[in-house]
Design a binder for this molecule. Structure first.
Ligand code: HEC
Length: 110
């Protein structure tokens, strides 16, 4: 009987471990997404709803980026949105960074 139980419990442990390593990771990614925007865009753009941008002329990125269809957002973030505006830095995010930013924009504010 004891021998029969072992495989089952180790499978269970694996499942539990799997979940506990995936879930906090998703949360961390969304924080990471916000941090990325803060670091690169936050000195001019507001990044949370109902906040005015530090630079008056810069639109609220929470609102603007969330209004983009997914493919456009991916394209813009990977190509460097900044290129269109002289004063904006041209930041080209990696696909991991883009995923983190998308998680932030689609999830709760944190
Ligand atoms: C030095 C200040 C500054 C920084 C830093 C900056 N921006 Fe901007 N951004 C602006 C200004 C000013 C505008 C509005 C004028 C314009 O659209 O040309 C703008 C416009 C935009 C728009 C266009 C909105 C629209 O209506 O099409 C997007 C998207 C954008 N910024 C994204 C970003 C992202 C993403 C970052 C960080 C990687 C960033 N910006 C960093 C100043 C900045």
């Amino acid at each position: 009987m004891e021998y029969d139980m072992r495989p089952t419990s180790s499978v269970l442990k694996l499942v539990v471990l799997g979940f506990s390593s995936v879930w906090p990771c998703a949360a961390a990614q969304s924080t990471e997404g916000k941090a990325l925007l803060e670091r690169n865009c936050g000195r001019c753009h507001a990044l949370t709803p109902e906040v005015l941008s530090p630079l008056k002329e810069a639109p609220n990125l929470w609102i603007v980026l969330r209004s983009y269809p997914e493919e456009r957002l991916e394209f813009e973030l990977s190509e460097g949105i900044g290129s269109r505006h002289k004063e904006m830095p041209q930041v080209q995010f990696t696909s991991e960074e883009i995923t983190a930013i998308q998680n932030y924009l689609s999830g709760e504010i944190n």
